[in-house]
Design a protein around this ligand. Structure first.
Ligand code: COA
Length: 434
């Protein structure tokens, strides 16, 4: 059968498609700006159709109606990354968190976390009967590949991307046409602290390096400090508007990359409409699944990779918690460790954890003697490499516990250094000499 006839036959209403989800099944939904929010909203509106349906995903930018109060018994959320709209459900017991590395998630959907139904968002089909997963290839492609049923929201506002982001119409069971703008992120507000951190990170970045950057104020501040560099490249889990600006300024050319030269590599994209327009049918953007982009062995093929991520709290040994406040899960491991390990395996790679020295408007030091009780160790002391705050750079790899503590105290906020020095002197039985 030709793809056009197949597409027509399989196109239906959300209600009809979603009736195929059975009680007790696991539904995996697409990631971040690629979340098929319309399908999830329609499911939630018809909660009485469902009993014990697990809804599993990583970053969500939607309303997450299915994990609000009143949905118990109908839906249960399984977070592989906790977001702003899901953290309350997880902390109040209406959802669960499953620890994982991002690079492993596609494989988990083949093995330990089998998928009954994948809810995805795609572009309308092109002239060859291929749809694109657009801004979310990450684990979404693997979820769709391994699911018993695939339901796609066809959104004509989803950018068409290349790389490994296309699926054949025949791989999807139900198409639900629904046009909606992709969620947009507001630009981060950059204060003096973020700008100082950005400048410190930029001092570790050289012409020709390949970058991995996360999202938020610190990555944006780093990008802002890179305007004088040349021939930078991108091999990242995701990227946002700051990268577009540097491409347009001629700073990011991807020319010097060892792996996929000329291409900006990512597994998902999140930003403003400017970003979504930039990546649409853009041959220089290559979207791949997370088991490729985030595989430390693949990352290590970029000889000069610089990875910049952030953290909640780091203790004086260099153990970093980047995903919880004590026992309260506020985000996830995501790709942090994937990239830190990839960078350490690369020829000249470096991995930076960059963060303000304090939280809670200066009341809490993020550099601490011990992690809070219950805090998850995201990046272990064996993996940690550079830590950057607005006060400077601490290079921890290969250093003794004593030298690590000294280096971290130097970049802690001055208001907290006396307490840290006291811990240092008690722990190491020697005076602290700056
Ligand atoms: N003690 C208490 N609270 C703290 C804290 C600390 N040491 N550090 C941060 N917080 C609070 C902040 O005050 C903020 O609270 P609010 O939401 O009530 O305002 C919250 O935790 C988030 O902190 P913030 O600094 O605003 O977060 P961010 O947006 O810069 O993100 C991480 C920082 C660490 C949460 C984020 O980088 C992350 O999730 N990392 C893990 C995943 C990762 O690295 N992935 C790879 C890159 S895509």
């Amino acid at each position: 059968m030709d793809w056009e006839t197949l597409y027509k036959q399989r196109t239906t209403s959300a209600e009809e498609a979603l009736k195929h989800i059975s009680n007790g099944s696991r539904v995996v939904s697409g990631h971040a700006a690629g979340e098929p929010s319309y399908l999830l909203t329609v499911m939630s509106e018809h909660k009485e159709w469902y009993q014990d349906v697990e809804i599993c995903h990583m970053v969500s930018l939607g309303k997450n109606e299915y994990c609000q109060k009143g949905m118990e018994g109908h839906f249960r959320h399984n977070a592989l990354f906790v977001g702003a709209n899901t953290k309350q459900a997880v902390s109040e017991g209406r959802g669960d968190y499953t620890p994982c590395f991002f690079y492993e998630v596609p494989r988990l959907f083949e093995t330990e976390i089998p998928v009954d139904v994948a809810l995805i968002m795609v572009t309308p089909p092109d002239q060859h009967g291929k749809v694109s997963l657009g801004v979310s290839v990450d684990y979404t492609r693997a979820a769709a590949k391994n699911a018993k049923i695939v339901i796609a929201q066809v959104n004509d506002q989803m950018p068409y991307t290349y790389g490994d982001s296309q699926m054949d119409v025949s791989e999807i069971d139900y198409f639900v046409e629904h046009s909606a703008p992709l969620p947009e992120l507001k630009p981060a507000v950059l204060g003096d602290v973020e700008k100082a951190i950005g400048a410190n990170c930029a001092s570790l970045i050289h012409d020709g390096d390949t970058l991995q950057l996360g999202i938020g104020a610190i990555p944006d501040a780093v990008l802002l400090s890179l305007k004088g560099k040349k021939d930078l490249g991108i091999h990242s889990e995701m990227f946002s508007d700051g990268v577009v600006e540097l491409v347009e300024a001629g700073v990011i050319t991807n020319k010097k990359k060892e792996l996929l030269p000329g291409k900006m590599v990512a597994n998902f994209l999140m930003g403003s409409k400017r970003l979504y327009d930039f990546v649409d049918h853009n041959e220089s953007v290559a979207m791949y699944p997370a088991d490729f982009t985030n595989d430390p062995v693949v990352i290590a093929k970029n000889d000069h990779i610089v990875c910049i991520n952030s953290s909640v709290q780091i203790n004086l040994m260099g153990q970093a918690c980047s995903e919880s406040i004590g026992l309260k899960q506020i985000s996830g491991t995501g790709g942090q460790v994937d990239f830190i390990r990839g960078a350490s395996m690369a020829k000249n790679g470096i991995a930076i954890l960059a963060m303000p020295s304090t939280a809670a408007k200066g009341k809490i030091s993020k550099i601490v003697p011990l992690l809070d009780e219950g805090a998850a160790v995201t990046t272990s002391r064996n993996d940690i490499d550079y830590v950057v705050t607005e006060y400077g750079i601490a290079h921890l790899k290969g250093k003794t516990l004593r030298d690590r503590a000294k280096a971290l105290i130097k970049i802690a906020h001055p208001d907290f250094r006396a307490d840290l020095i006291q811990t240092f002197e008690e722990r190491f039985h020697c005076p602290y000499e700056a």
